[in-house]
Every structure is written in C-alpha cells, then in structure tokens.
Design a protein. Structure first.
Length: 86
C-alpha cells in the first residue's frame, strides 16, 4: 500500500510540471495570436474583396434597372400627353 502511495506522490510533481508547461506555452503564443488576429481584422482577403466587389456591382445594376424603369415610365407618360395634345 505504501509503495503505491509513494509512486503516486512521485507522479504529482510531473502533473504540476505539465500544467506549468501548458501555461508557459500559452503565454508565449499569446502575442503571436493577438498579432495574427489584428492582421486579419485590418486586411481584406482576396475572397472578401471579390465578394464586396460583386455586392457593389449587383447594387449598381439594381439602381440602374430602377432608374431605367423610372425613365421608361416618364417616357410613356410624356408620349401619352403628346398624343392627347394632337
């Protein structure tokens, strides 16, 4: 029974050491992770740029179509008024 207790007691420092190593690794990695996230936030990837450009183009096309419909409506109204005056 005592032998098992001694073996267990010998393993406890190893467990504590493993926890310390994990903490040290986390501390060392933290600045790099922060810099990486900052770069991700401040830069636009090619796929994001493509998606944004496509969104702008679709919006411009929608506005152009709306403008075209409005002008066609105005043209029809003007044509009707011109026919009435004849």
């Amino acid at each position: 029974m005592r032998r098992k207790l001694y073996r267990l007691a010998a393993l406890l420092p190893l467990l504590a050491l493993a926890a310390c190593v994990d903490t040290a690794v986390a501390i060392v990695k933290a600045p790099f992770q922060i810099v990486g996230k900052t770069v991700d936030v401040l830069t636009t990837s090619q796929s994001e740029a493509d998606r944004n450009r496509g969104r702008r183009e679709r919006k411009a096309e929608e506005e152009q179509a709306k403008h075209d419909r409005k002008m066609a409506k105005e043209r029809r109204k003007t044509d009707r008024e011109a026919r009435r005056e004849r």
